[in-house]
Structure formats: C-alpha cells, structure tokens
Ligand binder design. Structure first.
Ligand SMILES: CC(C)C[C@H](NS(N)(=O)=O)C(=O)O
Ligand SMILES: [Ca+2]
Ligand SMILES: [Ca+2]
Ligand SMILES: [Ca+2]
Ligand SMILES: [Zn+2]
Length: 313
C-alpha cells in the first residue's frame, strides 16, 4: 500500500475496482477488457469508452497509456481522471458527450502493474522504474522501432534504462504492441492519436527520440510541423514546455517512436508535475496534488481527441 498520507493514490487492486465501477455505473458507454498479462500475471486493463461500446464503430480510436514507469504513480491517476471525466460527464457535459459519441477512447491505466506494486511494497517508496522480469526492463526502451539503435538505452540488465534482450522481450510491451497491431482493420490503423503519460518535468514531447533530426525518411517536414502544432497547442493549455523528445535526450525503443514509426499514430509523451523536484522526490508528490495536476490536462486531452479526427499530412 501507499505510505500514510498518500492513500489517495490507487493500488493495482483499487485501479481494478475503479474500472469495474465505471463499467457497472456506465455499462452503455464503458467496457473493460485487457491487452494481456504482466510478467507476474496481473491483467493489463483496457477500458474502452464510446457510444455503442460493444460495437467496433468507424470512429477515430484514441489511446491513453499510463505508468510504463513504476514510480510514476501520478500518471495512473491521470488515466483514471480520463476514465472518470468521460464516463461521469456523459450526457451532462456537452464536450464530453460529443467526444464519447464520435470517438472510441481506449485507456490503459497501468502498463507496469508489477513495478508499481513493488515500488510501494512494505509501505514505503523504492524508487523503482522498470518491470519486474529478472533485474527489470525499462519498458520505454523495449519498443521495436529503432530498438537499441542509437545509444539511447543500456545493454546492462542492472541499468535503469536496460532495453531488454530484444525488442518486445518484456511481456507488457509485447501485449500492448500486439493490441495496437490488432487495430489495423482493412489495412488501416484505427488508432489515430496517443498520449503516453510520464512524470516528471512538465513537458509535451513528440517523436523522434532516436535522432536529433527534426525530419527523417519516416518524418516529413509537414508531419513534423503537425506534431509541433498539436504539441504546442496542448502545452499552451497546461503550461508544460513543448519540444521534440530528443531535445531532452536521445532515447531508443520508446513507445512514441514505435507508435509513429510503425503505425503513423500521432503519438506524444506528457511529462507531468512537478517541473523539477530534485531527484527521486519529484516522483512522489503528495496525494493532495492528484486532483489539480490531473485536471490540469483536461483541455490537452480534449485537444488530442479532437485532433484525432484530422488526417495526418
Ligand atoms: C519519454 C522520454 C523522452 C523521457 C522519459 N523520462 S522519464 N519519465 O523516464 O523520467 C524516459 O526516459 O523514458
Ligand atoms: Ca495526503
Ligand atoms: Ca462508438
Ligand atoms: Ca473502431
Ligand atoms: Zn517515465
């Protein structure tokens, strides 16, 4: 469990309860499934929110993933905020209603439940980042686009940026990637937009991470411009700083590079609150910040959902 004073953060069991409650209370627009199991056998929950939720309708699909990194617990709360807003708000909030009626919203609140549970085991924080397979794989270096190409990850198992033994060697990234692969219907990827939530530094990041170059054979100038335009608009709404991922540092095997490089998905990363925090403390803001710092991204989430209906150049 979370340490005393931080009880408002959700354990894996509490996340599961929240999702089941959302379906119980809003079964017409919410359905719960999973993309697979973690290394230790926890279901990687997937909540779908849409009108006619049992039908696969021809509406832009938008994916939100959280908690790839175990200690970044505020991101799990961010995904739960999206679930709360787009279920409770349906039928009363006109913006929410319109989006639930015209999109298929897909939320994975914890990509790394084993790591998150380990990080709080014993009622104190362990500063853990990776999954719990062996000495742990950094899930955000294990994706299969330019995996291990460019010095943006480590080959040492004990490193916090250990890339794994191969692309998708981690069961969690493999399951999530297989789900996204399965959303290619009639030769067309149904998911058009994605945000992967992290903490911390208050940034909006877009591909590529593997190269400093703004454009590349797999990123035209027009496409780079679209990422920048959307990223900048979202950052204007939440006060984060917008930039290309590699402006921060080079990463290879990141989720954004794969979502864009492999599937052409408008895929960004948000680094949430705090802006700076000095080392490990930044990953553990008090639970009093959960409400303000998740609601802070309501408008940005709305922008992405709207943008999901516009074609990529
Ligand atoms: C998305 C990348 C560019 C930044 C991220 N930072 S974090 N969340 O691990 O501190 C990471 O290193 O994976
Ligand atoms: Ca508290
Ligand atoms: Ca629908
Ligand atoms: Ca669909
Ligand atoms: Zn992270």
């Amino acid at each position: 469990d979370f340490p005393a004073g931080d009880e408002d953060y959700h354990t894996y069991a509490e996340v599961t309860e929240e999702l089941e409650r959302a379906v119980a209370e809003h079964g017409d627009i919410a359905s719960l499934s999973s993309v697979g199991d973690s290394h230790e056998g926890r279901a990687l929950h997937l909540l779908k929110i849409s009108d006619n939720v049992a039908q696969d309708e021809d509406e832009p699909e938008v994916l939100f993933t959280c908690n790839q990194h175990a200690r970044e617990h505020l991101t799990t709360e961010m995904c739960l905020r999206i679930v709360e807003r787009f279920t409770d708000g349906y039928g009363s909030d006109p913006v929410v209603t319109e989006l639930v009626d015209t999109r298929e919203i897909l939320v994975v609140p914890t990509v790394n439940p084993d790591g998150a549970e380990y990080d709080i085991s014993g009622g104190y924080y362990h500063g853990w980042r990776k999954n719990r397979d062996g000495s742990g794989t950094d899930l955000n270096r294990n994706w299969g686009y330019q995996w291990g190409c460019c010095g943006g990850s480590s080959s040492w198992p004990s490193s916090d940026t250990y890339r794994g033994t191969s692309a998708f060697s981690a069961p969690e990234t493999a399951a999530l990637a297989a789900f996204v692969d399965s959303r290619v219907v009639g030769g067309e990827q149904q998911i058009t937009a994605h945000i992967d939530f992290h903490t911390y530094s208050e940034l909006v990041l877009w591909p590529f991470g593997y190269t400093y170059a703004d454009t590349a054979p797999d990123m035209t100038r027009e496409q780079a411009q679209r990422f920048q335009d959307v990223g900048t608009a979202m950052a204007a709404s939440n006060g984060y700083t917008p930039q290309q991922s590699s402006d921060l540092y080079i990463t290879d095997g990141s989720v954004n590079d794969w979502m864009w490089g492999e599937h052409g998905i408008l895929s960004l990363t948000f680094e949430m609150y705090p802006a700076s925090g000095g080392g490990l403390d930044g990953f553990y803001p008090p639970d009093e910040v959960i409400e303000p710092e998740t609601r802070r991204n309501d408008e940005a989430v709305q922008i992405l959902l709207e943008e999901a209906g516009n074609p990529m150049p």
